[in-house]
Design a protein around this ligand. Sequence first.
Ligand SMILES: [Zn+2]
Length: 215
Amino acid sequence: MLKESTLAVAAALHRAVVPAGDYWLHEVKTGQTFRIVDVDGNQAADTLFYNAGDPFERYSATDTIRAQANVYLGVGSKLLSTDGNVMATITADTVGRHDTLGGACATESNTVRYALEKKTMHACRDSYLLALAEHDHFGLTKRDIGHNINFFMNVPITEDGGLTFADGVSGPGKYVEMVAAMDLLVLISNCPQLNNPCNAYNPTPIELLIWGEGA
Ligand SMILES: [Zn+2]
């Protein structure tokens, strides 16, 4: 189901454009609305969520998939934590497909999926590690990189249960929006992946916006 937001961009408290290959780490408070915009289309925003007050509690793909009985995310989806609490609810979505299963790219997976010589190329896992190292006051390390959501990614499940990467269903200016149900720490790697045909080998920027509670 597609649903547009009624929020005005001009009323946002926070706006940031993140180029492909860069990361964004920011708090989103309880009740605030958070939007990720696919600026040029078919980008992948690999997103991790932590409870800002206790980052050991974080987004759980398995709990989220089980609770909503659906592997894809859309309007009405509740993102559940490892403690079974709702972290955020998706309230607007102009894309209609977001992946919970594909995981974030890593230099290791790039060698398996593409070619050995891709090992030295940028990957989302490295962006996460850099973000945590540059913000070490959170006390998060390599072992805290858990399940992520690939917003805007289309990873269909085949009839025999496999995963495939398909052409993106997103497009320029499409977005997903959610309301935080707890104080969140949100870490996004804007994917630098140059080897996946789903983005036409052209990673592009994303934009993040936050509106105040009750917006
Ligand atoms: Zn990636």
